[in-house]
Ligand binder design. Structure first.
Ligand SMILES: [Zn+2]
Length: 329
């Protein structure tokens, strides 16, 4: 049985495996510029963030109907459950779908058809987090939040993703303030490719409660000290960092140093179909490549539940933490 864990950094569009992409393409009459799933899997060998994003947006063309989003989420939840994920806080990118003429209701209702029954179907509790694309305008983010208003009973929080450099957090001050006023939780990608100042800005200007990635905080000792003092969780994605060349090889990943520094680190899969593994695969990889012992792995699993947005269900959080404490490796 795998170690129980929560997944807090997972883009649902990034769980689209080549097989499902082809199945949905056929169902919807969408022509993909790849001969077969093998050729598509070959295209998954991109070199950096931009080439990954190009493929990621290209493949979204196959997601058209509620049923497509339901199938996508169900496929992820089944895989995650098999790797010990007990709770998943799932990102989605509505702007990428709205731009293709797929409306907010189709996306949220479709995802919810899977998320709403996930506990019974997969034994995984869920939350949904709406992400803004940071390479789109601040006005577009505001319009997107507006479009989401009828669905806020199913949306727990907001995030910020896509190409980081040149799009500092402060650009989105207004939409984060509006989201806070609506009672939404706030996270943002910062310090993956962007500088440590982006992390500080995400905390001070956007009021984020968790930082997604945050890897580059290690370049700024005063920032590390602050993150430790304020117990700000970081959602790290080790296999993603290797595939996108944020670190050269997994053995050089700063995770052990970050844990030693007292940072509240969690391990997640980011876009698992593209980056070579789901949550449990990431745990296995850091165990093997970084030599993390059982107590470090247990700490990572505990952190994932502590950092999750389960304030509305503390009983459940306590139950999950007890599962982690009782786990025998
Ligand atoms: Zn991400």
């Amino acid at each position: 049985m795998p170690l129980p864990k929560a997944e807090l950094h997972l883009h649902i569009e990034g769980t689209l495996e080549p097989e499902l992409a082809f199945e949905l393409a056929v169902r919807n009459g969408v022509e993909l510029p790849y001969a077969d799933t093998e050729a598509l899997r070959e295209a998954y060998r991109f070199e950096d963030l931009q080439s990954f994003l190009n493929l990621y947006y290209e493949l979204m063309a196959v997601l058209r109907t509620e049923r497509d989003f339901e199938d996508l989420a169900n496929a992820y939840l089944a895989r995650a459950a098999a790797q010990g994920v007990r709770h998943a806080e799932i990102f989605f990118d509505p702007q990428a779908h709205l731009a293709r003429g797929v409306d907010m209701g189709t996306v949220v209702d479709g995802l919810w058809r899977a998320l709403g029954v996930s506990e019974d179907a997969h034994g995984v509790s869920t939350r949904l987090i709406l992400c803004f694309l940071r390479d789109e305008s601040a006005e577009s983010a505001l319009r997107t939040l507006d479009a989401a208003k009828p669905y806020l009973d199913r949306i727990t929080g907001i995030g910020l993703d896509s190409a980081e450099v040149g799009h500092p957090p402060a650009k989105f001050r207004e939409v984060y303030e509006a989201a806070a006023a609506l009672g939404l939780r706030r996270v943002a990608h910062a310090g993956e490719e962007g500088p440590p100042q982006y992390i500080t800005e995400a905390l001070d200007v956007l009021g984020v409660e968790r930082v997604d990635h945050g890897l580059r905080c290690m370049e700024d000792p005063a920032l590390v000290e602050r993150l430790v003092r304020e117990r700000i969780p970081l959602t790290l994605c080790p296999l993603s960092n290797v595939r996108l060349r944020t670190v050269d090889v997994l053995a050089e990943h700063p995770l052990p140093a970050m844990l030693d520094a007292g940072l509240v680190c969690t391990v997640n899969s980011d876009d698992p179909a593209y980056f070579g593994g789901y949550a449990g695969d990431n745990f296995d990889a850091v165990r093997t490549s970084l030599g993390l012992g059982e107590e470090r792995l247990r700490e990572l699993a505990r952190n994932s539940f502590v950092a999750s947005f389960l304030e509305d269900d503390e009983e459940r959080r306590a139950r999950y933490l007890a599962e982690v404490d009782a786990y025998t490796f």
